[in-house]
Design a protein around this ligand. Structure first.
Ligand SMILES: [Zn+2]
Length: 360
């Protein structure tokens, strides 16, 4: 979706509200799955918290559950105010646009995730029905999919850059919880463009949907304790490297738009990935690199553990384009440089700094 001007707007105007009965999938009983821990309910800010206007007419509820989640971007600026206040004002702006310009009864989407990672309720009653898991709000965000999907807007424009780490992590939390509540398989996560002629949710965010599906699947399988943070070399404010590190998009195995590379030298000159660790404890640390036969076979990854730095060497000639586990480490709480790539290796070939993931 987007704020004005917008081609989708015309299409969405044609979205006809069909009667609730026609779209009813029937009540279902949520099967319990005690084999693994439930996905935690994320913090969601309801319409009352951001001063939403009342819907023009009462929102329609559909009995039963949606069968998919559809990802959007708001096509607004990639601004750097990550506050809750900003997320609230965005929620109001989107609602005003949808009601006043599009003529809809309320915000079109069920949820919006801000660049600061704040999860905002869009159309009224979206949180209440999500928590209940047996009905959902009939939204207006993806044409013929409206009566069978949950729409999530992501603040920003993701044609050439990816979302913030905070946004992505909250998106994983929200989608995982949604999939759990409605028993939607992680495979049923889509982009708006899968169903309509639109650039939404942007080329870069759309290209991350396979990763989103994988991260949500892991959460649903209980392999995640609730925290996952991905930091790419392009993640704003979370990656630092000296000018000796070049930038390349040569390999299609890259994570995101590009990666950083440097010649090996007998000096550290570490490229660092900063992660906000929520609480002291044991975490899995993974790395992603673009592999090439000419890259370094013994690249030193440094993990800043609570007991001091540990170095793990990885062969970047192979196993590229995927997450590779560096191990399990005890980390202190706090927002700090957690994982680094050092240039200090006697092996030949570029060392690569592309992306890291920390999870528990
Ligand atoms: Zn969209």
């Amino acid at each position: 979706m987007s704020l004005p001007p917008l081609s989708r707007r015309a299409m969405m105007r044609g979205a006809v509200l069909v009667g609730v009965g026609a779209a009813t999938g029937g009540l279902h009983t949520l099967t319990s799955s005690p084999a693994h821990a439930a996905v935690a309910r994320p913090t969601m800010h309801g319409t009352a918290s951001w001063g939403a206007r009342a819907p023009r007419t009462p929102v329609s509820l559909i009995s039963g559950r949606p069968n998919k989640v559809i990802i959007h971007h708001t096509a607004t600026a990639n601004q750097t105010d990550y506050s809750l206040a900003r997320a609230q004002s965005l929620a109001r702006a989107v609602q005003n646009f949808h009601m006043d310009s599009n003529g809809w009864i309320d915000s079109g989407q069920q949820f919006t995730v801000s660049r600061g990672g704040h999860i905002m309720e869009g159309r009224h009653r979206s949180i209440e029905t999500l928590n209940g898991g047996t009905s959902f709000v009939f939204g207006t965000h993806a044409g013929a999919q409206n009566n069978q999907s949950i729409g999530i807007e992501n603040e920003g424009t993701y044609m050439t850059v990816g979302p913030t780490t905070a946004l992505y992590n909250s998106l994983v939390n929200l989608v995982a919880y949604t999939c759990q509540q409605y028993a939607i398989p992680a495979s049923q996560i889509y982009g708006h463009r899968d169903f309509m002629a639109t650039a939404c949710p942007g080329d870069v965010l759309y290209a991350r949907l396979p990763q989103l599906r994988a991260d949500v699947a892991a959460r649903l399988a209980g392999s995640g304790g609730g925290f996952t943070a991905v930091v790419d070399n392009t993640t704003a404010g979370r990656f630092t490297a000296s000018g000796n590190w070049g930038t390349s998009s040569f390999s299609t195995q890259r994570h995101g738009t590009d990666y950083r590379f440097a010649d090996p030298v007998l000096a550290s000159d570490t490229a660092w990935f900063k992660v906000n660790i929520p609480s002291a404890g044991t975490y899995q640390v993974d790395a992603w690199w673009a592999a090439n036969a000419g890259y370094n076979s013994s690249t030193p990854y440094i993990v800043a553990t609570s007991g001091g730095n540990q170095t793990i060497r990885m062969n970047q000639q192979i196993n590229g384009g995927q997450w590779r586990n560096l191990g399990s480490f005890h980390l202190n709480a706090g927002d700090y440089n957690v994982v680094g790539v050092s240039r200090w290796t006697s092996a030949a070939g570029y060392v690569i700094a592309d992306a890291v993931r920390v999870r528990n």
